[in-house]
Design a protein around this ligand. Structure first.
Ligand code: ARG
Length: 584
């Protein structure tokens, strides 16, 4: 469906053209003062400069033409030159019914035939999934779904850290603890011998232990580095342990991401890039970009206009091992081969921005993607505790995601205890959904680049911009719909109160919020819009007695409006990857 803004912009542009002005002056925007008008066009001001006329004169000319159009209730030229536009209730009603029937609920489809790869999640194998990865997962999942809603072919890739030093550290520690394991023998045979099974608790314990040890014990650190390099060269025994670590770790990751409604099309990791590293090195060599520096192979990526120092990117370390940048570049080769994406989005902590600047520059210099491919680092801020510092557990440790989810579910459950609408049996499952919705919405409502404070009490509040309030609004609509099942509700027949006019207007404009979130790659606009719809619905619900209404036509129209609001809110939840609950 064509967006209302586009539709109106076309009409106003036609009017500008008809008067001999440039079409682009006809851009229409939503008014922020609905008491004055619903839409605005400010093109007369630029027109005034271009055509040396008073803005008000241009505005009047345009308004004069637009007034003949029966879609407009009023068009006013307002000092010093605004064009204020208000649509008729008939138009709004018709548009609302169209949105209701549209399978994408009026959200424009703009991405057909184009591919975006979204690199998000970024969990590190062998390390427990911690709170730092929460934002990457939930923001990335949402951006993926927003782009998909706009019709893009979107490929989500978790891009696990499964090939770096952390694996070397774990293997080194396993070797110290179990030197007798077959995989540590020089003649280990990958075909016939098996590594003993590990479990997730072992892994969760061993990585922090080994990491700490490497900081205190140089010999151990060296051993871990050596193992990492040998693993990357494919030493069979290490590959076998690595595979076992992967098996356990990935199963656990899938479980945790699943709880957050986060799922990936590709479960690739840095290790999957290994097979493209030779091609990367060849390409860089052929282009004469590779040079030696202190034994390492590097590429210069500094540019004259740089205001800060952008160091060369290291492709091969002096021991010939690959680093983070190597696998990221090799992965771009893979993505280009497999998908020829128009864009690759990296949803990664904003503190990694230097890394991505280096990698993107190198990729473009090497020509491993066309100049037109957009490589974008969508950095995000940190989730902080009430002290304003990155969120920690009470004892100062890094909080595991699974612990966080238990904490919020418990908090939600104790709140649910007061509810008469949720039975004791349903309580646990409902609490889990409410808790997760609260956390996700509490995160996504902030612009992705901002830091925010994790405050579970605030997130679980039934008032304000919270996931809890939104879920609650849907349950209220559910209950109205249940009680009015008899109403023959298939269309919105008119506008019977002021509050519903504003609700309808915002429903037909909701597509704009999706578009803005897509353009700015920030889900918070969808969150804001969901909140706006919910509070407008509350106003409408408060003003009108839907259930007891005796006028059947009016009642049916209101019930349809409830239905459309519900559908639209669920569409918002869907792209935020938030589950709704029947009642709470
Ligand atoms: N594993 C990385 C980390 O924990 C994040 C990976 C992000 N994606 C990427 N293509 N570099 O920091």
């Amino acid at each position: 469906m064509e967006s209302i803004i586009k539709h109106l912009t076309n009409k106003v542009s036609d009017a500008f053209e008809k008067c001999g002005y440039e079409r682009r002056l006809g851009q229409v925007s939503v008014s922020d003062r609905f008491d004055l008008c619903q839409f605005q066009c400010n093109g007369s001001f630029e027109g005034a400069k271009l055509y040396k006329k008073a803005p008000l004169m241009i505005a009047e000319q345009i308004a004069e033409i637009l007034r003949q159009d029966s879609e407009f209730k009023s068009v006013d030229a307002v000092r010093p030159g605004f064009i204020n536009i208000t649509l008729t209730d008939e138009f709004l009603t018709k548009a609302a019914n169209e949105v209701l029937l549209d399978e994408n609920l009026g959200i424009s489809v703009i991405g057909e035939g184009k591919t975006i790869v979204v690199d998000y999640g970024g969990a590190n194998v062998a390390k427990p999934l911690h709170i730092g990865h929460l934002r990457a997962a939930i923001i990335g999942e949402s951006l993926k779904r927003i782009a998909r809603t706009l019709g893009y072919n979107v490929v989500g890739d978790v891009h696990m850290g499964d090939w770096g030093l952390q694996i070397g550290l774990v293997i080194a520690e396993l070797n110290e603890r179990h030197p007798e394991w077959c995989c540590f023998k020089e003649d280990f045979d990958l075909e016939t011998e098996n590594v003993p099974e590990l479990n997730v608790d072992d892994l969760n314990e061993i990585y922090p232990f080994a990491s700490k040890k490497s900081k205190e014990n140089e010999e151990f650190a060296e051993k871990a580095h050596k193992i990492t390099a040998e693993l990357q060269k494919g030493k069979p025994g290490y590959i076998a342990v690595w595979k076992e670590i992967m098996r356990v770790s990935v199963a656990d990751l899938k479980l945790n991401y699943g709880k957050l409604n986060v799922d990936f099309d590709l479960w690739y990791g840095e290790s999957d890039a290994e097979k493209y590293v030779d091609e990367l090195v060849e390409t860089l060599k052929n282009k004469g970009l590779l040079r030696e520096s202190e034994g390492a192979q590097v590429v210069d990526v500094a540019e004259e206009s740089d205001k800060v120092d952008i160091p060369p990117v290291i492709i091969k370390k002096s021991d010939n091992s690959n680093i983070y940048a190597t696998t990221d570049l090799a992965t771009i080769i893979q993505r280009q081969k497999d998908f020829k994406p128009e864009k690759i989005w990296y949803v990664v902590d904003k503190r990694q921005s230097l890394h991505f600047t280096q990698v993107f520059r190198c990729a473009k210099k090497a020509g491993i993607v066309p100049e037109s491919t957009k490589l974008e680092h969508l950095g995000f801020g940190t989730m902080n505790g009430s002290d304003g510092k990155p969120y920690k557990t009470r004892d100062g440790g890094v909080m595991r995601l699974s612990d966080l989810l238990t904490t919020v579910t418990d908090a939600a459950e104790s709140k649910m205890k007061e509810s008469e609408f949720v039975s004791a049996e349903e309580r646990k499952a409902t609490a889990e959904k409410v808790g997760i919705a609260a956390v996700k919405f509490g995160d996504l409502i902030n612009h992705r680049t901002k830091d925010y404070i994790f405050d579970i009490d605030k997130f679980l509040s039934f008032e304000g911009k919270t996931g809890t309030y939104l879920l609650y609004t849907v349950t209220r609509i559910n209950s109205v719909l249940k009680k009015t099942e008899g109403a023959n509700a298939t269309e919105i027949s008119g506008i019977y109160s002021d509050t519903e006019r504003e609700l309808i207007l915002n429903l037909i404009l909701s597509g704009e919020a999706f578009m803005r979130s897509f353009n700015e790659k920030a889900p918070n606009y969808v969150c804001d819009n969901a909140y706006k719809l919910a509070s407008l619905f509350s106003g409408f619900y408060h003003d009108n007695h839907i259930i007891n209404e005796v006028d059947e036509t009016k009642k049916a129209s209101w019930v349809t409006l409830c239905n459309l609001t519900r559908k639209m809110l669920l569409k918002h939840f869907d792209v935020l990857a938030i589950d709704s609950v029947e009642s709470m």
